[in-house]
Design a protein around this ligand. Structure first.
Ligand SMILES: [Zn+2]
Length: 246
């Protein structure tokens, strides 16, 4: 049970005792975050060590990637345990510099348990030009990804950026960070990763559609009918990543 925590160095210096259940949740969260890192990096969303991943394991504890970790090749040493105030509770290295942004998401959204920040190229191009990403109206995008908000630019890692994000968090799971990158939320880390895929796909398709003409706008009744599926589909993509055949 203590294997991953010990290997991660999280075991030795935790100031509060953790129950077996919490330790087990931390282990599962680290395994899922390692899988998410490889999934996202092979899609070129996390080049040059960029991006960060966190998972909330209890109302007061989260694990996050350490600053400078290579998301494609994450190991158990690449995670830091923090409390909800952002104080480090265990693990080697410094927490991601974007911890404020992750904490803002958890503070405002008790329903989500994973946050991913990436730089997928097409979606980041929309962020870099301040171009909203809300014209494409495909059923999957409306139901599974939902509305995409543009978070005004603030210095990465700053509390200003966390503040800008906070006002946009209710009812949204996907964000363009102006002149920076993207952010997705999920009930699980896999759901957040799949939303990152949908966000990048939406950006690529929007570019194609704009080259071909004007996107067709669905009638309001059709959009409303699709939005009715959002709540029943809330657990879409929450299963763990399938393990690779050995
Ligand atoms: Zn970034």
């Amino acid at each position: 049970m203590d294997g991953i925590l010990k290997e991660a160095g999280i075991q030795d210096d935790i100031p509060v005792p953790l129950s077996g259940e919490v330790r087990s949740r931390i282990e599962t969260a680290i395994e899922e975050a390692i899988a998410a890192g490889a999934y996202l990096a092979t899609r070129q969303y996390h080049v040059a060590l960029a991006g960060n991943i966190s998972v909330r394991v209890t109302p007061d504890l989260l694990i996050c990637t350490r600053h400078g970790a290579d998301k494609e090749f994450l190991t158990r040493d690449d995670f830091v345990l923090c409390n909800s105030l952002g104080q480090k509770m265990g693990g080697a290295g410094k927490p991601t510099s974007e911890l404020n942004m992750h904490r803002a998401a958890y503070d405002s959204r008790p329903d989500i348990h994973a946050v991913i920040h990436s730089h997928p190229p097409a979606a980041t191009a929309f962020a870099a030009t301040g171009t909203p990403l809300d014209e494409l109206q495909l059923p999957e995008m409306l139901v599974l990804l939902g509305p995409v908000a543009m978070v005004p630019y603030a210095t990465p890692g700053s509390s200003d950026l966390a503040r800008e994000l906070t006002t946009l968090l209710p009812g949204r799971d996907a964000f363009l960070l102006q002149n920076h990158g993207t952010l997705t939320l999920g009930r699980t880390v896999r759901q957040a990763a799949l939303r990152m895929d949908l966000l990048e796909q939406k950006a690529r398709l929007t570019l194609m559609v704009k080259q071909m003409g004007k996107p067709f706008v669905l009638p309001a009744a059709s959009r409303e009918a699709l939005l009715d599926f959002r709540e029943p589909m809330a657990n879409w993509g929450c299963e763990p990543f399938p393990s690779k055949p050995k």
